[in-house]
Design a protein around this ligand. Structure first.
Ligand SMILES: Cc1cc2nc3c(=O)[nH]c(=O)nc-3n(C[C@H](O)[C@H](O)[C@H](O)COP(=O)(O)OP(=O)(O)OC[C@H]3O[C@@H](n4cnc5c(N)ncnc54)[C@H](O)[C@@H]3O)c2cc1C
Length: 395
C-alpha cells in the first residue's frame, strides 16, 4: 500500500517503447556486455534493437497524469486492500477505507511465492564524477554491463549490472541468484564491493548516492501447495500473477502488453484476464536451466559465459524476449555442456523450491534503508481483519 510514489526503481527492456509510453525512455543503449570475472568481455548488439531504461519517477508521473485526466479511473493513495470475497453477483474488497463492491477485481498486490531461485539485487544510482572504471569489466562506450564480473561459488551466481546513465552517473547493481531471498545487508555489502572494483567508494568524493533500489525476484515460480481457491471474477496479475519470465526475472514489457489487452477487454465490457500461461517449450527450457543452476551453482558463471560466447546475439535476444525459434533453442542447447542439463530433464521444481515460511530473507521490495512498505501493508491488512500474504517479492 502506498501513501506516495517515489523514484523507487527503474525498468529496462529491449525493443520499442510500449504503446502509450512513448517518450518515457530516459536512456537507451545499442550494446550489452557479458563478462565472467577476469575473463573476456562478450559485447552483444542486434541492429535496430535498443536496451531501454525507464525511470520509475517518470513512469509514475505519466500514469498519474493519465489517471487524473480520466473520468473512469481513480487512485486512492494510503488505502490498503485486504480480503476479497464473493457476495452473490458481486465481489467485495475490504479496505482500510471501507468495503468496495465490484463486478470484477484485478489484484496486483505483491505476494510471497515459491520459486526455484531468487534473483536478489541491490543497486545504487551514484554520482561518480567520472571515476567509474567501466573498462574493468570490459564495458565499452554506449554499452551496459548486463552480466559482468560474473563469479560463482557453492551458493550461486553473482554478477554486476551497470547502466552508465551519463558521463558522471550510473546505476550499479550487485545481483545474486540464491535458493531463497537473501538478507538485504549481505547483498548491499556485495554491491559496495562491486562499486569498489569499479573504482567508486560510497560516501567519499566521487561516490554520492542519488537513489537506491533492490529486491528479490522469483525465478521459476512453483505453485504453493496451500493455494487459496480462486474466486470467480478475481484476476491476479503483475509479478504476483506470473508476469515475470522464469529464466530472467524481466516482466515490464510483458506486463505492459497484458495491461493493454486487459484494458481493451474491460473497455468492451468483457471480464479481465490474467497473464497467459508460458508456452510449454519455453517453460521447460527455463525450468531445466534453473534446475541446472541449482544443481551446479559453482558452474553457473561458466554456463552464462558459454551462452554469451557461443550463441549469436540475435538468437540469445530472441530467447530472452520470448520470441525464440527452434533453431535459437538448439543453438543455446549446443552452447551448454550436455550431461548436466540432460540430468535436469525430470521436473524436480516442487521438491527444490523451499516451502513458504520456512526461511525468510529480508530482501523485500526495496533494499534501501527505508521503512519496509510490505510490512506496513501487512499491518494494514491485519488491521482490516484478514491478513493477506503480502510480504516479499518483486516489489
Ligand atoms: C527494484 C526493481 C527493479 C526491477 N527492474 C526491472 C527491469 O529492469 N525490467 C523488468 O522487466 N522488470 C524489472 N523488475 C521486475 C518487475 O517488472 C517489477 O517488480 C514490477 O514493478 C512489478 O509490477 P507489479 O505491478 O506486479 O508490482 P508493483 O509495481 O510492486 O505494484 C504493486 C502495487 O501494489 C501496492 N500494494 C501492495 N499491497 C497493497 C495493499 N494491501 N493494498 C493496496 N495496494 C497494495 C504496492 O504499493 C504497489 O504499488 C524490477 C523489480 C524491482 C523490485
Amino acid at each position: 500500500m502506498r501513501t506516495r510514489y517515489d523514484d523507487d526503481r527503474s525498468w529496462c527492456f529491449w525493443g520499442d517503447e510500449p504503446a502509450g509510453l512513448e517518450g518515457l525512455t530516459a536512456r537507451a543503449w545499442s550494446d550489452w556486455v557479458y563478462q565472467a570475472e577476469a575473463g573476456a568481455a562478450h559485447p552483444h548488439r542486434v541492429d535496430g534493437v535498443a536496451y531501454r531504461y525507464v525511470r520509475a519517477a517518470d513512469y509514475y508521473a505519466h500514469c498519474r497524469a493519465r489517471i487524473a485526466a480520466s473520468e473512469h479511473v481513480e487512485l486512492r493513495l494510503g488505502v490498503a486492500a485486504g480480503a476479497v470475497r464473493r457476495d452473490g453477483e458481486a465481489l467485495i474488497v475490504s479496505t482500510t477505507a471501507g468495503a468496495l463492491r465490484a463486478r470484477w477485481v484485478v489484484d496486483t498486490r505483491p505476494r510471497r511465492q515459491r520459486a526455484l531461485l531468487f534473483q536478489c539485487f541491490s543497486g545504487v544510482e551514484v554520482d561518480h564524477g567520472g571515476r567509474l572504471d567501466l573498462a574493468a569489466f570490459g564495458i565499452g562506450a554506449d554499452a551496459v554491463g548486463l552480466m559482468t564480473g560474473m563469479r560463482a561459488d557453492a551458493s550461486g551466481l553473482g554478477f554486476v549490472y551497470v547502466l552508465p546513465l551519463s558521463h558522471s552517473t550510473a546505476l550499479v547493481e550487485w545481483t545474486r541468484f540464491a535458493p531463497h531471498p537473501l538478507r538485504a545487508a549481505e547483498v548491499r555489502a556485495g554491491r559496495n564491493a562491486a562499486l569498489a572494483a569499479l573504482g567508486v567508494r560510497l560516501g567519499e568524493p566521487g561516490g554520492r548516492v542519488l537513489r537506491e533500489e533492490g529486491g528479490a525476484l522469483p525465478m521459476g515460480r512453483v505453485a504453493d501447495d496451500a493455494l487459496a481457491p480462486s474466486i470467480p471474477g478475481l484476476v491476479v496479475a503483475g509479478a504476483a500473477g506470473g508476469a515475470l519470465r522464469d529464466a530472467t526475472g524481466y516482466g515490464f514489457a510483458r506486463m505492459q502488453q497484458w495491461a493493454d489487452d486487459c484494458a481493451a477487454r474491460l473497455a468492451r465490457g468483457e471480464a479481465p484476464v490474467g497473464h497467459s500461461p508460458e508456452p510449454f517449450v519455453r517453460r521447460q527450457m527455463d525450468r531445466i536451466f534453473l534446475q541446472a543452476l541449482r544443481a551446479h551453482p559453482e558452474r553457473s558463471a561458466e554456463y552464462f559465459d558459454r551462452m554469451a560466447r557461443g550463441v549469436a546475439p540475435e538468437r540469445l535476444l530472441r530467447f530472452l524476449t520470448d520470441r525464440a525459434r527452434p533453431a535459437d533453442l538448439l543453438a543455446i542447447i549446443a552452447s551448454l555442456p550436455l550431461l548436466p542439463f540432460l540430468a535436469q530433464l525430470p521436473d524436480r521444481s516442487r521438491r527444490l523450491a523451499e516451502p513458504l515460511g520456512r526461511r525468510r530473507g529480508d530482501l523485500v521490495g526495496l533494499g534501501a534503508r527505508r521503512p519496509r512498505p510490505a510490512r506496513a501493508a501487512a499491518r494494514a491488512a491485519a488491521a482490516i481483519g484478514k491478513p493477506e500474504p503480502l510480504e516479499q517479492v518483486a516489489s
